[in-house]
Design a protein around this ligand. Structure first.
Ligand SMILES: [Zn+2]
Length: 318
């Protein structure tokens, strides 16, 4: 947004505008620090009927709509590894991940899109700056999060907790389908602001609580160059601090009966980042930090060749 304002109004006027926008900006949620102990009481447990090994989770990727983006936003084309790749429009998938754990029941990572996005490029969002800060969404029939959950015999109220990779609007577009009480968790430093009349996403409900994962807390441990937290206490689902694309970006390492899966979120937007070694592009808050995070993930993959990495907006690799 800052870049756009500079282009339209010049650097001095844009600076004044940014100060004004910061004064106007607010959030609709209240924040708390996340603590694993709070999970015992707060989660309903509607189990899967089949058993699976202890210390693992079941993971089901749900493709929930598409985004129209620019390649240069998703991939740093200035990186020498990109050769002479040129910028272009791209249509990419949006994901939510449904997770099942024997003890805690159904959880989700990111939210996909609610049916409010069907036939509406910006869903419930209002404000004249929305098209500047959000890529348009195209939702096909049956791709809304409500319908996708119903495929598992679930309704939004059956989900106990939503972990976010980050709070960019394309990752919170399904949130309005869930009730006020759902436990929401994101990395400390994330924010999703409302700027009255300019950007009103209508994703968070007023007074909703957002719990921050603090990678500087006692629960965090250093593993393979990443700060990590064992979210469920049984080693089945780990949060990894992967900043760069956003300030408090989190990737999730899920141990399944078929091996580990790294749900990278937008630490890896496209599979090209994995093959070329070039990090996320201009949609990132800090491209250098995003590149360092990507290189850390590639090293982790090298040490654990059996680990699959699922990019935030690309085909899911087998
Ligand atoms: Zn995204």
């Amino acid at each position: 947004l800052k870049e756009l304002l500079v282009k339209k109004f010049g650097i001095i006027n844009a600076g004044i505008l940014v100060i004004f926008l910061n004064i106007m900006a607010c959030t609709h949620y209240e924040t708390r620090i996340w603590d694993r102990k709070m999970m015992n009481e707060s989660l309903p447990c509607k189990g899967l009927s089949e058993n699976y090994p202890a210390g693992t989770v079941r993971v089901f990727p749900l493709k929930s709509g598409n985004l129209q983006i620019r390649l240069s936003g998703a991939l740093n084309l200035a990186d020498t590894h990109c050769g002479n790749l040129t910028d272009k429009d791209l249509i990419v998938p949006v994901y939510s991940y449904l997770i099942h754990n024997e003890r805690f029941g159904w959880l989700m990572i990111d939210t996909g899109c609610t049916k409010e996005y069907s036939g509406r490029l910006y869903g419930p969002m209002t404000g004249f700056l929305v098209p500047e800060v959000m890529a348009p969404t195209v939702l096909k029939p049956g791709e809304d999060i409500e319908t996708l959950l119903s495929g598992f015999g679930l309704i939004p109220e059956d989900i106990g907790m939503i972990f976010f990779t980050h709070l960019h609007l394309d990752h919170t577009s399904g949130l309005s389908a869930f009730n006020q009480e759902i436990v929401l968790v994101a990395g400390k430093g994330e924010s999703s602001v409302v700027i009255p009349y300019m950007v009103e996403p209508r994703h968070f409900k007023k007074g909703q609580k957002l719990y921050f994962i603090d990678f500087n807390s006692d629960e965090a441990i250093d593993k393979d160059g990443f700060k990590t937290i064992d979210l469920l206490g049984d080693g089945s689902l780990w949060a990894l601090s992967t900043p760069g694309h956003s300030k408090g970006h989190v990737s999730y390492l899920a141990f399944t009966e078929n091996g580990p899966i790294l749900i990278a979120g937008d630490a890896v937007i496209l599979n090209d980042s994995l093959t070329l070694g070039a990090g996320p592009g201009s949609y990132s808050r800090d491209m250098n930090q995003a590149q360092a995070t990507l290189e850390g993930l590639l090293l982790l993959k090298q040490k654990n060749p059996g680990m699959r990495i699922w990019a935030g907006h690309d085909e899911i690799l087998p």
